[in-house]
Every structure is written in C-alpha cells, then in structure tokens.
Design a protein around this ligand. Structure first.
Ligand code: ADP
Length: 643
C-alpha cells in the first residue's frame, strides 16, 4: 500500500481573519451553523439535479437526493452528509481555503473600523460566513467529498488555527460529508431532539428531505431507520395562508445567505398563457458587493427543478437587490442561458418580476410610518416607529434610481418611488408630496445638484427661490445627474434646475419695472465686467436668483451641470470646457462697490471681477483655474483692509 502524505495548506489571509471574528462575535448565535451547512448541502443537491437534466447517468443508482444528519454522543460528533455534486481536490482547496466572495476585503475593513460585537454581527450577517460557521461549535472539522462523475475522493481537515490538510481517501458514494468534532461546551448539538428542533426551526423550507437516524426497539431487537424531519416541499408551492411570517423569513435567509430578516416580500402566482409562481424578497440591508453588480438575485426553477441562480435574464440590474425564486411551468427543463435570452417565456417572466417588485415597493412606500412593539436591549417591550420604505431607500435607493436612466418603460413607476431631501429640511420627500406643497404660481419642480447635501443646501442658486417659499429638492448623489437626464417631468410638471437658464420667475408689474431700472443703471458695470473677464465667461448679466451672494455661475438649459462635469473628469473622461454665464446680484454691496469702480475707471476692476468669478466657482464646488492667483488676490485685499 502506498501512503501519500497529507498536503498542508495555510488559509488565505481573509479566512484567518473571518474565522477569528466568527468565533469571537457569533458565540451567542452559534446554532446558525446548522442552517449554513444545510443550505450548502441543499445547494449542492440543486447543482447536481441541474447537471443531471442533460446527463441523467450522473445520478446512477443513487437517485434519491437527500441530506442526512447524524449525531454520535460517544464520539461527540455531528455529521452532515449530502449526495450532491461533491467537490474535487481543487474545489476543496479553493472553496474551503479562501473566501471567493467579492466584498471580503471590504468586510474586513469595515470590521476593523468598527468593533462592537453587535455591529460585527450585523456586518457578518450581511456578508455571510457560510462554511466557516462550523468552527462555532467544532474544534475539528473533517470534510470528505467525491465529485460526481469522478472516483477520486478527498479528505479535508482543519482545526482552524493552522490551516488545513488535504489527502486522498475513499468514499463509496458521490457527495460531501462534514464531520464536526464538537467542542466541549457544544454538547447540545449531540442530542438528537435538539438537532431535530433546529432543523424544524431553520431548515423546514429546504426542498430536499433532511433525514435523521432513529433507533427503535421491536421485539427486543434494535432497528435503525431514517426519518425525514422537514416538510421538504418547495415553500413557494404552498398556499400563502399556510406559510407563517417566520417561515418566509427563514426561507429568505437560506436563499439569500443573509442573517437578517427580510424587509418585505411578495408571494404570487400567475395563471394564463404563462404560468408561474414567484416569491420575491426585499432585504433589509445592502450586501457588501451591491455596487459590484455580482449579486445572487433571483433563482430560476422550472416545474420545481432548480435551473440556475443569479439569473440576470429575469431581473434587470436596477432591481439587483431583490432576492427570490421564480418557478415557471412553461420553460423547457433543458433551458440554457442562451435559450433563456431568446425565449418569449423569459420576457414574460421578467415582466412579472418587475411588475411585482415595483408594486411591492409602492406598497411599502404607501405604508408610511408604522408603530411596532419591539424588544429593547433590556428585554422590555417598547413602541418603536418604523418607516420600512425609508430603510429600503437608504439601502437600495441608489440602485433603483438606475432604472430611470436605463428603463424608460418603467420610468414613471420608478419616479413615484424616488425620495429626496429638500429645502423643507424635514427629511425625505417624494415628488408627489412635493407637488402637493407647490405654491400656486410656481412653474415647476425645482432642484439643485451638488456634491453632498451641504453643498446643495448652501448653493447660492437657491436664494431667491427660498425667499419666494418655493421648495427646492437636493440632488446630492452622483447618480442623480443621470436620473435628471431622463426625468424631464413628473405628473406633467417640469423639473427645473435652480442653476440653469434665466430662471424665469413670475414677477409683479412693480418688480418688473424695478428690474428694468436696475438693468439700465448697471448696464455700464455689466459691460465692464464682461470685458474684464473676456472669454472666461459666455455672458454677464444681472441675477434674479440671488439674495445674499454677490454672484453665481449659471449654465444654459441644455448644458452639462458643473457637478456632472466634475464627476466625468474624476472618472478620467474628456470634457470640453463649457463657458457659463456670470450673474451679478444688483442688490449686493460688493456689486454696488464694483459699479462705483466702473464709473470711476478704477484699475482694480479687473482683479475684482476675476475674484468674483473665482468665488462663484468655489461656491458651487469647482476649483478655480489658478487657485494660487485667487489666494494672492484675497491676501492683497485683506492686507488693504487691515491698513
Ligand atoms: P457560500 O456562501 O458561497 O455558500 P461557503 O463558505 O458556505 O460560502 O461555501 C463555499 C463554497 O464551498 C460554496 O459556494 C460551494 O461551492 C462549496 N461547498 C460548500 N459546501 C458544499 C457541499 N456540501 N457540497 C458541495 N460544495 C460545497
């Protein structure tokens, strides 16, 4: 007999860190390890049943897909076994030695920055630790696996601390067996009834039978039998009235590899030409990799057979936060990615998924603030106000907004779901509620874009609008610029930029007269400033939008906003220099002083004009072309004032 030495491997750096965090912060939640391992086993069975669709011989004589759980009080072990796809040597090393999931790096950084146990828990929940949760209850884990279609089997073993070993072994059946050598304080998990309860609690919805060994005595003879512990029917095929909220929540956790409860869900059946059942969830927290567009999305089943996960054909990118399953009666069982892309049934399913998701979100939005009884940290019940839609919006609003840009067909429905902060300063508002508060003479929906809320809040462009009692929406997110390119109006009211065009505010006869007089009076000044600034600006004119600031820069209606210009430049794109119009506030003392300089022919007019221009740039967050020159001019001015 040849003995091959076991290969010794170190864990990838992230695994080491994840392991120590898992063990340190999840102690009081450690029973979830069972759910994680059963979910993995169930996924392995799904993968096999999918592969067997095109090659039935893979199943051989072992056709009954199942998960087996065995406890051994003498050996102090708990075993989880499946006859799914199994893992090859390389898959064992790759899957159980590294963390392939994108976002692990961010998780580590986030954990390093925080530190409280509760925060860790929720962060880890977002990320999911899967297999490694085995070390919550075991000090030694032995995985034996045989890939379907191969006759090689491998034994992987680890005590967490010093990496893992891997060596060849033998195994009669395909699939994976995980033996947990339980820690001394984890003997709960050696007791059959305890494990049985956990399976019912966390894994009842798993579609494959989960079996446990039972021992009975008949006529003095010991008999062992396998008993199915879970309901083992696809949860979505059960009538809604028979599924409890807890079951939906547990199903979601299994499906989405999330540890948090879902925020909301919709369970539906569509009949007619395209028959399907769907169960869609909105998570309550964004996963780490939300913006990397690599989410798990929606799983596709055909007549209860798992076909594929992360099925992008069924879910547009702007809904990539949704989780769930869709079970079609019409797609062929041997459907491939290529076929999905062409199939009419796919389009019909996608339409339903979008429709149901949007109406679920609209329902959440309509729900507003609700009061619930929640248990505080001290165990006391207290009334808490919750706004589920705001929770959703903060986690996923930015993704949903992408839909306005990329999916014109659903633009109006998505627009109704948008939320913005505004000059009202009372939290988020919808566009619909904004319309309800509009002044009778107000021509449209005003907004201002900028880098962050405070830039919006302090924008000089808002001054006159605020003075008239017009509410202005703050569009502080870079993606808002893309939203605005497509969203020209809402419920027949135009969206108007506070920073673009001439801002034709309605004015009374008196105001009109006063303005005309000012125009005449300051004609000379406007001309001189224009001459002084030369081709830096498109034009110079008097402003009707300013109250407290001396000047601001204004784009033409169809120009790119300076905010968008900055975003594009920051992304390395070539943006042509766009000239804008400098507006002067005729009522501001600086402008009036400037007028005097113009009349007196003062030599300082040139540098004052350019300072006014540069400070208008700064006020909107753009760096002046020559910051050093600007700083020098300010210093000069201060020096003169100090004399
Ligand atoms: P994940 O969240 O991706 O499931 P895990 O750490 O739980 O992360 O598992 C890592 C990978 O190991 C899985 O994606 C899967 O490919 C593989 N794996 C885990 N358990 C099994 C199993 N019982 N059978 C086959 N493959 C498995």
């Amino acid at each position: 007999m040849t003995t091959q030495r076991a290969e010794q491997h170190a864990f990838a750096a992230e695994v080491d860190q994840v392991l120590s965090i898992v063990v340190n912060s999840l102690y009081s939640h450690r029973e979830v390890f069972l759910r994680e391992l059963i979910s993995n086993a169930s996924d392995a069975l799904d993968k096999l049943s999918f592969e067997a669709l095109t090659d039935a011989s893979l199943l051989g004589d072992d056709k009954q897909l199942r998960i087996e759980i065995e406890v051994d009080e003498e050996k102090k072990t708990l075993t989880i076994r499946d006859n799914g796809v199994g893992m090859s040597h390389d898959e064992l090393v790759q899957n159980l030695g590294t963390i392939a999931r994108s976002g692990s790096r961010q998780l580590m950084n986030a954990l390093a920055a925080k530190g409280g146990k509760d925060e860790n828990l929720s962060l880890i929940g977002q990320f999911g630790v899967g297999f490694y949760s085995a070390f919550l209850v075991a000090d030694r884990v032995v995985v034996t696996s045989r890939r379907v279609g191969s006759d090689e089997a491998w034994r992987w073993e680890s005590e967490a601390k010093d990496g893992f070993t891997i060596e060849p072994t033998t195994r009669d059946a395909r699939g994976t067996e995980i033996v947990l050598h339980l820690k001394d304080d984890a003997d709960d998990f050696m007791r059959s009834w305890e494990v049985r309860n956990l399976i019912r609690k966390y894994s009842d919805y798993v579609r494959h039978p989960i079996r446990m060994k039972t021992e009975t005595e008949e006529d003095g003879e010991k008999k062992t039998d396998w008993e199915t512990v879970n309901q083992a029917s696809a949860l979505w095929t059960r009538p809604r009235s028979e599924v409890t909220d807890e079951q939906y929540a547990e199903f979601y956790k299994h499906l989405g590899h999330d540890w948090n409860d879902p925020l909301a869900w919709t369970h539906f059946k569509v009949e007619g030409t395209q028959e399907m059942t769907g169960l869609l969830f909105v998570p309550s927290q964004a996963p780490m990799d939300l913006f990397e567009k690599t989410s798990r999305g929606v799983k596709l089943f055909v007549k209860r057979v798992f076909i594929m996960e992360d099925c992008e054909e069924l879910l547009p990118e702007w809904l990539r936060f949704m989780r769930g399953v869709v079970d079609s009666e019409d797609l062929p069982l041997n459907v491939s990615r290529e076929l999905l892309q062409q199939d009419r049934a796919t389009r019909a399913i996608r339409k339903q998924v979008i429709k149901k998701s949007l109406s679920l979100l609209q329902e959440l939005a309509d729900e507003g603030v609700t009061k619930t009884q929640e248990e505080g940290e001290d165990g006391e019940k207290k009334e808490v106000e919750r706004n589920r839609y705001e929770t959703f919006w903060k986690a996923f609003g930015r993704v949903l907004k992408e839909g306005i840009h990329f999916d014109p067909e659903h633009k109006d429905e998505i627009a109704a779901l948008l939320r913005f902060e505004s000059t009202r300063e009372e939290g988020l508002t919808s566009l619909h509620d904004y319309l309800g508060r509009m002044q009778p003479d107000q021509p449209g929906i005003y907004y201002v874009t900028g880098d962050g809320l405070s830039a919006c809040r302090n924008s000089p462009h808002l001054e006159a609008l605020k003075a008239r009692g017009y509410e202005v929406l703050y569009m502080a997110d870079p993606i808002d610029e893309w939203v605005l390119q497509r969203l020209e109006e809402f419920e027949e009211k135009k969206l108007i930029s506070a920073a673009k065009g001439a801002l034709d505010l309605p004015e009374s006869e008196e105001e009109k007269k006063a303005h005309e007089e000012q125009e005449k009076q300051l004609e000379g000044l406007v001309g001189s400033v224009k001459e002084a600034l030369g081709d830096k600006v498109k034009d110079v004119r008097l402003s009707h939008r300013l109250k407290d600031s001396p000047a601001c820069l204004v784009s033409e209606e169809w120009d790119m906003s300076p905010h968008l210009e900055r975003i594009l430049r920051a992304n390395g794109q070539q943006v042509p220099d766009q000239k804008r119009t400098l507006e002067l506030n005729p009522n501001h003392p600086v402008v009036q002083a400037l007028d005097k300089m113009a009349t007196d022919g003062s030599p300082d007019l040139g540098s004052w004009s350019s300072m006014l221009y540069d400070q208008a740039l700064l006020a909107e967050g753009t760096m002046p072309k020559d910051p050093a020159a600007f700083a020098r001019q300010v210093a000069d001015l201060m020096q003169k004032a100090a004399r």
